[in-house]
Design a protein around this ligand. Structure first.
Ligand SMILES: CC(C)(COP(=O)(O)OP(=O)(O)OC[C@H]1O[C@@H](n2cnc3c(N)ncnc32)[C@H](O)[C@@H]1OP(=O)(O)O)[C@@H](O)C(=O)NCCC(=O)NCCS
Length: 162
């Protein structure tokens, strides 16, 4: 089991096998940003099987999320079912935070639903203590038309100093 950076191609093949439908424009957005260097993808590699993922975006149109200088936005944090609750997500998050600190980033942001108490607790444990704002749009989540996906129920954008 090792944590490493992965490519846009690996993201595409991982998402093809997910049991959730991700709109093609979202996949394209992630792929283009990883390819251009505006995003990084970290994975948990279990003997060639990718069982975890976490992405950082460096520059986004809404600078509350990522401002191209000091603040990066973390998203699509997932560990494959059957592997959850064993500390793997925490290992992945720890490595990503350390890598971002080493890159010179000063702050990271992450989104979470107030109706996801387990995730809120996990992020608080990692030090995401500041709530920046309520959000209805994820700047990295596109609908079938390629527009940022609107979510009726607001979710929180949290931040942590590195
Ligand atoms: C969130 C997630 C990536 C954490 O990875 P993980 O390997 O389960 O995390 P760890 O084992 O290191 O930590 C467990 C913590 O994760 C949280 N958690 C959230 N969903 C969980 C689940 N389905 N199973 C177990 N833990 C979960 C809990 O807060 C738990 O902490 P606790 O011990 O205080 O209850 C993973 O559970 C997951 O993929 N969940 C579904 C996708 C998701 O909700 N992503 C976050 C979007 S905001």
């Amino acid at each position: 089991m090792k944590i490493r950076n992965a490519t846009g191609e690996e993201m595409r093949s991982l998402w093809d096998r997910l049991d959730m439908e991700i709109p093609e424009p979202t996949t394209d957005f992630f792929y283009e940003n990883i390819s251009s260097g505006n995003a990084d993808f970290w994975t948990i590699d279990d003997d060639g099987e990718l069982i975890g993922e976490l992405y950082a975006f460096y520059d986004l149109p809404d600078s509350d999320f990522a401002d191209g200088k000091t603040t990066a936005y973390l998203c699509a944090f997932r560990v494959r079912k059957g592997y959850r609750g064993k500390g793997l997500g925490s290992l992945l998050m720890t490595q990503v935070l350390e890598d971002l600190r080493n890159k010179g980033l000063k702050r990271v942001t992450i989104g979470v639903g107030p109706d996801e108490p387990q995730n809120v607790r996990l992020y608080r444990r990692f030090g995401f203590m500041t709530k920046i704002k309520d959000c209805h749009y994820d700047p990295c989540g596109m609908d079938e038309n390629g527009d940022p996906e609107y979510e009726e129920d607001p979710w929180w954008l949290l931040s942590k100093e590195l």
